[in-house]
Design a protein around this ligand. Structure first.
Ligand code: GAL
Length: 669
């Protein structure tokens, strides 16, 4: 567990660098990320490099005892490069190139950019690969930020055709897979296929889905090129990329597979403002962020990171980019930092050292104000640094991994498919995944977030948010895991080619869940269809709840060998099953209200042999090493349960004040 910071020596007079470095060190910061946007200073004109300033900046940081995370600067190609190769600019869905003048103005498929990137990566990696102060690397910055994964340039279309050829082999196979006979869309060769934009009405959904898959693969290819170059010049130094919060435009599992560290950029308050949350939730967590949002991301990136994941950028105060930018409550920068460590983070690095007084982000806080005084976030970072030392001194294994019995399957293609073919305008996959996660967290569970191909053995409870395309072996792996399994609506509802399965949904999952979804309907946002949950012996069910967004209408397969084992556990008002159980499989035919979802998950958890706690919406726990951490996002003091002995408490106090943190020894509880 250590702290870091993002620093831009090129933004400040050189005379300030030494003092900056020394103050970072004395604050307790150990690593400093630099140079991800500094291309125009590294190579002011084509082929004319200026390394002097960067050499001195790295030396200054190194001399102060700081470790440098060196970045490739490819998120910001300089003006001269764009003027020489305008084909670098990505092309939007309106068919127009996007302009120079901000950042990320490049197309992953542009051959000129691929070559230019190779050159600058070679130059940076060969110059600093062996520098004693350079301990880590970051590739580029936030792949895909500002909607830049998908580009519709001629270069992208050319590569897309090749991608299709590799996937389908023959044009005939593609025509069949997509079903292009519909509306006479049949192709005679791959060269006839264009980008799926500009059509009179909806472009073919399989075409669009494949374009998204292709665009995702392009990000992977581009990142791998950078990784290969860095590894060649700087073997042994871990390579990271800074992914974004709840960002789903490319398959992060695939990109992370080439990295050592999956890191992400955490802005909980900006995220709350920009995401789907209802106005009353935005109000309630206005200055804290939603209690499950950062955690969800921690668990996503922990799962895909080979080394402990990092928070590469942590919000230090108000940001500049949301519609409204409230300040975090005092204590939140500290709480977020500890929450990251309690989910297994190896480093929390604040964005940024000092607020810049110029350009786009001049309203974005740093650990220091623009006139170089420590801001509230800076003070909290110093406190965390001290606390880390104390926690590790008391228990060097405080941040060791623990095994969790609960898994949630998270899939990137699901997002693309539901976006391409929503059927209901607000069928927003990431939201539903976070809601299921939130229900689990409100019950006190730690959650592993895993891809659909992950080994599932060892889990007792597996939750699958709506998963339209399931691999052929998924049903068997779920059954073999021995876990109780909760399947969201629309699971197994499409083939990989985006067609309705021959046996109707849930497709191949019918082998373990013998139902047939013969009709579906989507519901307007204001519609709440009543659902009656059958009373269970232990009386845990709420009797009434409601369903929203979607209904799968199910036929129970009377012909199945063990049809009698199908149990209807909840019904819609018109009598259709809303929730059925078969063996260890639980199929939800809709999304339910939060209370019903949490109660249902709690009951299934008990069937899995787990004991849920009822934490409500503002207190969360996370287990790590031998400790259980408790975080209070709410406005009131929270008192630890009476059965936790006083001598188990190792951090904070029994009375956890608003925005407070405590930890107790799990073993003793
Ligand atoms: C991130 C980005 C940083 C900075 C920050 C502001 O998305 O990586 O460069 O822009 O947001 O919150």
């Amino acid at each position: 567990m250590r702290l870091g910071v993002c620093y831009y020596p090129e933004h400040w007079p050189e005379a300030m660098w030494k003092d900056d470095a020394e103050r970072m060190k004395s604050l307790g910061i150990e690593q400093v990320r630099i140079a991800e946007f500094a291309w125009s200073r590294m190579e002011p004109s084509p082929g004319e490099y200026d390394w002097g300033w960067l050499d001195r900046a790295i030396d200054t940081l190194g001399n102060a005892g700081l470790k440098v995370v060196m970045c490739t600067p490819t998120a910001t190609p300089p003006k001269w490069l764009i003027d020489r190769h305008p084909d670098i600019l990505p092309v939007g869905a309106d068919g127009r190139p996007r302009a120079f003048g901000s950042r990320r103005h490049y197309d992953f498929s542009s051959p000129s950019y691929y070559e230019a990137s190779k050159k600058i990566c070679e130059a940076v990696a060969s110059r600093y690969g062996q520098h004693p102060a350079v301990a880590f690397w970051q590739t580029d910055n936030e792949y895909g930020c500002h909607q830049t994964v998908v580009s519709y340039s001629p270069a992208a279309v050319k590569r897309f055709r090749e991608w299709l050829k590799a996937r389908y082999g023959s044009i005939n196979a593609l025509n069949i897979a997509w079903g292009t006979v519909f509306w006479s869309m049949e192709y005679r060769s791959f060269d006839e296929i264009d980008a799926p934009i500009g059509t009179v009405t909806e472009a073919h959904p399989s075409h669009r889905l494949d374009y998204r898959r292709f665009a995702s693969d392009e990000v992977q290819r581009y990142n791998r090129m950078q990784v290969d170059i860095i590894r060649a010049h700087s073997p042994g130094r871990p390579i990271a990329h800074n992914f974004m919060q709840l960002f789903t435009e490319f398959d992060h599992y695939k990109v992370a597979a080439d990295l050592d560290v999956a890191s992400w950029d955490s802005y909980p308050i900006g995220a709350l403002e920009e995401q789907w949350y209802a106005p009353e939730i935005k109000q309630r967590f206005l200055r804290t962020g939603h209690p499950d949002f950062a955690s969800f991301n921690h668990d996503v990136y922990r799962g895909m990171s080979k080394l402990p994941f990092w928070v590469m950028e942590q919000q230090p105060g108000p940001v500049n980019w949301a519609h409204w930018n409230p300040a975090p409550l005092p204590g939140m920068v500290r709480l977020w930092s500890w929450e990251a460590f309690a989910h297994g983070a190896g480093c929390v690095s604040y964005f940024r050292w000092r607020q810049a007084p110029f350009a786009q982000e001049q309203m974005h806080a740093g650990l220091n104000t623009p006139d170089n005084r420590l801001d509230i976030g800076g003070g909290e970072a110093a406190q965390v640094a001290e606390e880390i030392r104390a926690v590790l001194a008391a228990d060097p294994h405080a941040n060791d991994a623990v095994k969790t019995p609960v898994a949630l399957v998270f899939d990137y293609e699901a997002k693309w498919l539901f976006e391409v073919h929503p059927q209901g305008a607000d069928f927003h996959y990431p939201r539903f995944a976070v809601e299921y996660y939130s229900a689990l967290r409100s019950l006190g569970f730690d959650v592993d977030i895993v891809p659909v191909h992950a080994p599932l053995d060892g889990y007792q409870l597996i939750v699958v948010p709506p998963l339209p395309v399931v691999p052929d072996d998924f049903a068997a792996r779920l059954a073999q895991s021995g876990a109780q399994v909760i399947l969201g609506p629309r699971s197994g509802s499409k083939t990989a080619d985006l067609q309705i399965p021959a046996n109707l949904p849930p497709g191949s999952l019918a082998s373990v869940m013998p139902v047939r979804v013969w009709r579906v309907e989507s519901l307007r946002p204001n519609l709440q269809e009543p659902v009656t949950f059958a009373a269970q012996a232990d009386g845990h069910w709420p009797r009434q709840g409601y369903s929203r967004h979607w209904r799968d209408l199910l036929d129970l397969d009377a012909a199945a060998d063990d049809a009698a084992a199908l149990e209807v556990r909840a019904s819609f008002a018109d009598g259709h099953p809303a929730y059925v159980k078969h063996g260890a499989m639980h199929y939800l035919a809709s999304l339910f209200d939060d209370a019903s979802t949490a109660a249902l998950f709690a009951d299934v958890a008990r069937e899995a042999g787990l004991e849920p706690s009822l934490l409500g919406d503002a207190v969360r726990v996370s287990r790590r090493g031998g400790l259980t951490w408790v975080f209070n996002y709410g406005p009131q003091t929270y008192t630890l349960a009476a059965d936790i002995p006083d001598d188990a408490l190792v951090f904070g106090s029994r009375e956890i004040e608003a925005q407070g943190v405590a930890a107790y020894r799990t073993a003793a509880h």
